[in-house]
Write a protein that binds this ligand. Structure first.
Ligand SMILES: NC(=O)c1ccc[n+]([C@@H]2O[C@H](COP(=O)([O-])OP(=O)(O)OC[C@H]3O[C@@H](n4cnc5c(N)ncnc54)[C@H](OP(=O)(O)O)[C@@H]3O)[C@@H](O)[C@H]2O)c1
Length: 333
């Protein structure tokens, strides 16, 4: 049977298992021009919570009764498609289910994994989170040697790579993450210079001690109070890069107020800019080549956090908002 999680109702606040329905349906077969894919790993991203809100966004919301949308990597087990052979690994938006029959076209076309190993890497370091870190940090942020760069959500899939890229460019990098274990990992494995544990320390006090009025670039994944704390320690002419705002929980309602300290942008002649990685799709090939080279040389440490079992998909998504993941969150089927 094909085990699936369908969206049952839209969450108003935190997402949980109650918003999804577990069903088992016959395994589909590949139609004309289609392949049948057996999912091996699912990818989890905060954006999935946003896709549950019935609001205008860069993609339509997941419909009630639809299989929960998710990127995945799987194996082709039947093929009626000239471009794909049985046994090949492919990535695509295959959803929270065991099997999908697909032509591979649509809003998120499928791609071959080819010789990339581990086969999960196209779901993060050679996929959306790696490319988000790359274009955000290298293309827009442009850290210079000797500059002070702060990254929030620093032990996550995007933040950990963004910080390491700034280090590669010669910056002094300070990461903000939740808990002593994540902070230790930032210092010992991810090559960060300093780490601030926002769950157990005063971010404001630590920023004052480490980089008072001298943050040249802030790569923000979190928003909220952390953004406010950083704004009061910017250097003159600093850049604030808005990658995400996970502290809002990506709910549709009860959003927190905007940054109270935004006038610091005026005082410090700073800029604040948002970006979406989807705008850079045509530039992925060059960036991927560079990323492959850095990873192969051991210059970027890649961390995966793998949960076992499709039954855990809803709680795994919820876990992103509780900081349960360490590096990239995946689920093995
Ligand atoms: N702009 C773009 O194109 C783009 C593309 C992809 C992702 N993003 C954004 O990048 C960010 C990171 O995404 P990701 O996929 O790499 O996820 P991730 O960082 O691997 O996982 C989410 C992390 O966010 C932290 N977090 C959760 N709630 C928080 C809160 N209330 N306050 C502070 N930190 C909190 C948790 O770490 P702690 O334990 O440290 O709390 C958690 O591990 C998200 O904001 C996402 O929306 C943007």
């Amino acid at each position: 049977m094909n085990r699936q999680w369908l969206l049952k109702e839209r969450p108003n606040a935190n997402v949980g298992s109650e918003h999804f329905e577990w069903v088992e349906t016959p395994i589909p077969s590949a139609g004309e021009g289609e392949i049948l894919v057996r999912n091996l790993f699912l990818s989890f991203e905060p954006a999935q919570r946003g896709w549950l809100n019935d609001v205008p966004s860069y993609v339509p919301p997941v419909a009630i009764g639809e299989v929960m949308r998710s990127a995945a990597v799987g194996e082709v087990i039947e093929s009626n498609h000239k471009d794909y052979a049985v046994g090949e690994y492919v990535t695509g938006t295959f959803g929270w289910q065991d099997y999908i029959a697909t032509s591979g076209e649509g809003m998120f076309p499928i791609a071959k994994v080819n010789d990339i190993r581990p086969i999960t890497y196209p779901l993060h370091i050679y996929g959306i989170t790696g490319m988000t870190a790359y274009f955000g940090m290298i293309d827009i942020g442009k850290p210079l040697a000797g500059e002070t760069v702060v990254v929030s959500g620093a032990a996550g899939a995007t933040g950990s790579v963004a910080g390491q890229l700034a280090k590669l460019k010669g910056a002094r990098v300070i990461g903000i993450a939740g808990g002593p274990e994540k902070c230790r990992w930032l210092l010992e494995h991810a090559n960060f210079d300093e780490a601030i544990d926002y769950k157990n320390e005063s971010v404001s006090d630590r920023l004052n001690a480490l980089c008072a009025n001298s943050i040249d670039l802030f790569f923000d994944n979190v928003g909220g109070q952390i953004l406010d704390d950083v704004l009061t320690n910017l250097s003159i002419g600093a850049r604030v890069l808005l990658c995400g705002g996970i502290s809002s929980g990506y709910t549709a309602n009860n959003l927190p107020p905007g940054p109270i300290n935004y006038m610091q942008l005026v005082i410090r002649r700073a800029t604040m800019q948002g970006f979406l990685v989807l705008d850079y799709l045509d530039q992925f090939p060059g960036a991927l080549e560079e990323m492959h080279s850095w990873v192969n040389q051991g210059l970027i440490h890649v961390e995966e956090d793998v949960i076992d079992g499709l039954q855990h998909a809803p709680s795994t998504l919820a876990g992103l908002f509780e900081g349960k993941n360490f590096g990239k969150q995946l689920l093995k089927l």
